[in-house]
Design a protein around this ligand. Structure first.
Ligand code: G6P
Length: 609
């Protein structure tokens, strides 16, 4: 995720940038850095870890100058370290970046052939070198930035200084957020509004493909081709705390809304559509090992365990490997039998969950290979696993996991496709078709979020229920579990998730007119079976909230409420149907007045047994 800040004006830049970074620390805190320009000299200070470390560094060794850029990092490419901290410099160019560059491998190769030497493991450093390469040719800073950005594929928000042109600061964006703050005789640019709110309330929002050139006296907007643009400013009335949540009432809601972006970032650079293949950069297990796998274990806790349950469907169906799934606290003490040609996959948002870490060590201790699906770069689980697939969800602050969950599902799906190709259970053509669907998913998720108001209304209707039952079948059974867990976690209403076909073996006894039953019944291969299960609930007076795909008019008159999600391939239904589960739990909790982001008794990361 990362946060960037830039300043140009008459005041000392460093305290302004530090204050901005402090308000952006929610976007990541693996390292922080700053560069100011002082009489033609770049004052670069960088420190690993939280912003405080950079502040201490600046206390001992201040960076003077009235223009500068700063960065707080959420590591994606390259572990958290001082070397990988931004700003990155190449010749006269100094740059901070938020986003992911997809074609960094080919760009890096080309630049190396031209004699460029790299000192970090980041994708960002490549942009600095690319700008510098063009700058060396033309001597025109603006033109060099345009030429470089035209070659970059992926997502970025950048703020760039040029030591030889100290009266200019350039910023541009594609895919990652960037906002300009207009002060009196000074300009600010940042990833998010709170970074600038204590200086100005006049903000201009950059759109994708737009660029801004600041001098101390003016700012000019253009597109990346150089065509001038006129932009209107908006006066922001948010309080600083509201602003940190991007105007959303809670981090959880903000994170629910971040899912299209988080999914796109997790897919970025990995879907090789033309080849019908998947590239997983840190898999670190060779194809022969993966081809010979006889068994996969998936181990996790909480929501991550639910992701693992869906992963079992993906891996067995697409890669045809038998999968055993277990809760980490159970696995670690049951003396599991781990065959030599098996792989243990640990799923963890934080990478620090004590039981999952212990399970990883148990698997290693028995000679097994391990792979983690993790959101936090260089966390304990990531460091100790043989291979890693990072989810690029960005920091998740709400205790109830949302965007981390859906990105875990995407990561597991990509892994299943990759294994399917290696093990020849998936043809290149089928893989191409699946990747094309996957690339459509962020847009479909965006559409799903339009259900917001409808679900808020529904929450009003059911807020007083004492219990909830969630039913799903196949790959949607884990989503029933996850829907129930979300509701329990934040609204404190008792809820159970059940496989729809198992309902008649117990939970059916609970059904009466006071029990809302959420039934996941989109069109898929078990549709008719779930409709029958739903009828059984209706026949006993249960209040069915049906989650369907597209227009399912047939069910309309049978149920108390219908939530319609966009139509997707049935393997992607778990991802799309997660959204109404999250929104329903969220709005019920808001109506109940609970502490949505920090629900009672729960912790974001459980680092004790
Ligand atoms: C806690 C959190 C859950 C999370 C679980 C596993 O219970 O409240 O949201 O799913 O831990 O955490 P992990 O970081 O390993 O995914």
């Amino acid at each position: 995720m990362c946060g960037i800040v830039g300043y140009i004006g008459l005041q000392q830049a460093s305290p302004i940038i530090l204050d901005g970074l402090r308000r952006l620390e929610y976007r990541g805190y693996d390292s922080a850095g700053i560069c100011t320009l002082d009489e033609g000299v770049a004052q670069i200070r960088r420190a690993q870890g939280k912003l405080l470390n950079l502040e201490n560094l600046l206390y001992d060794n201040p960076a003077r100058g009235t223009r500068g850029v700063g960065h707080t990092r959420w590591a994606t490419h390259g572990r958290p370290s001082e070397i990988n901290a931004h700003p990155h410099r190449a010749g006269s160019i100094v740059l901070v970046h938020n986003g992911i560059i997809e074609n960094y491998i080919s760009l890096k190769g080309r630049l190396q052939d031209l004699g460029h030497q790299f000192s970090s493991e980041t994708d960002t450093e490549i942009i600095a070198h690319l700008v510098e390469d063009h700058y060396r040719d033309s001597g025109d800073f603006e033109q060099a930035v345009r030429q470089a950005l035209a070659e970059v594929k992926g997502a970025y928000a950048v703020a760039i200084l040029c030591i030889d042109e100290p009266d200019k600061l350039i910023a541009a964006k594609l895919g990652s957020p960037l906002v300009v703050g207009q002060g009196k005789g000074e300009y600010f640019v940042a990833s998010d509004i709170p970074a600038m709110l204590s200086h100005t309330r006049e903000m201009i929002f950059l759109e994708d493909g737009e660029m801004v050139v600041f001098t101390p006296l003016a700012m000019r907007f253009s597109d990346l081709a150089g065509n001038p643009l006129t932009k209107q400013s908006k006066t922001i009335t948010w309080s600083p705390t509201m602003a940190e949540k991007g105007g959303y009432r809670h981090f959880m809601l903000k994170e629910i809304y971040e899912q299209p972006r988080a999914l796109a970032d997790t897919i970025a650079g990995r879907a090789l559509v033309e080849e019908g293949d998947v590239y997983l950069e840190d898999l670190d297990l060779d194809d022969a090992q993966l081809a010979g796998l006889e068994k996969i274990f998936i181990i996790a806790c909480g929501t991550s365990w639910h992701a693992g349950l869906v992963g079992k469907f993906y891996l067995e169906k697409i890669a045809r490997v038998p999968v055993e799934i277990d809760i980490a606290s159970e696995f670690r003490y049951r003396d599991p039998i781990i065959p030599a040609n098996s792989l243990t996959i640990l799923v963890s948002q934080s990478g620090e969950t004590a039981d999952t870490l212990a399970a990883l060590r148990e698997a290693h201790g028995k000679g097994g290979k391990t792979l983690c699906i993790c959101n936090v770069v260089d966390s304990s689980i990531a460091r100790e696993s043989d291979g890693i697939i990072y989810t690029h969800a960005g920091p998740e602050i709400g205790v109830a996991s949302t965007k981390a969950f859906t990105t875990q599902l995407v990561a597991l799906y990509l892994l299943a496709l990759k294994l399917g190709r290696i093990r020849r259970s998936l043809s290149a053509a089928d893989c191409q078709a699946r990747l094309a669907d996957l690339l459509e998913l962020p847009r479909k998720l965006e559409e799903t979020l339009e259900l917001d108001a409808e679900i808020e209304e529904l929450a009003r209707e059911f807020v007083n229920a004492r219990d909830f039952l969630y039913l799903g079948r196949g790959n949607l059974y884990p989503i029933a579990l996850e829907g129930a867990l979300k509701l329990k976690e934040i609204s404190y209403i008792h809820a159970e998730g059940y496989p729809a076909g198992e309902m008649k073996h117990g939970p059916i006894a609970l059904i009466d007119e006071d029990l809302p039953v959420v039934v996941l019944v989109p069109r898929n291969s078990t549709y008719d079976k779930v409709v029958s299960n739903m009828e059984e609930v209706c026949a006993r007076g249960g209040q069915v909230i049906a989650v369907v795909s597209g227009d399912d008019e047939e069910l309309l008159d049978k149920v108390a409420a219908l939530i319609s999600v966009p139509t997707v391939d049935e393997d992607l239904l778990p991802i799309i149907t997660s959204v109404p589960m999250q929104l329903l739990a969220y709005y019920i909790a808001v109506l109940k007045g609970t502490d949505v982001d920090q629900p009672r008794n729960l912790a974001k990361s459980v680092t004790v047994e």
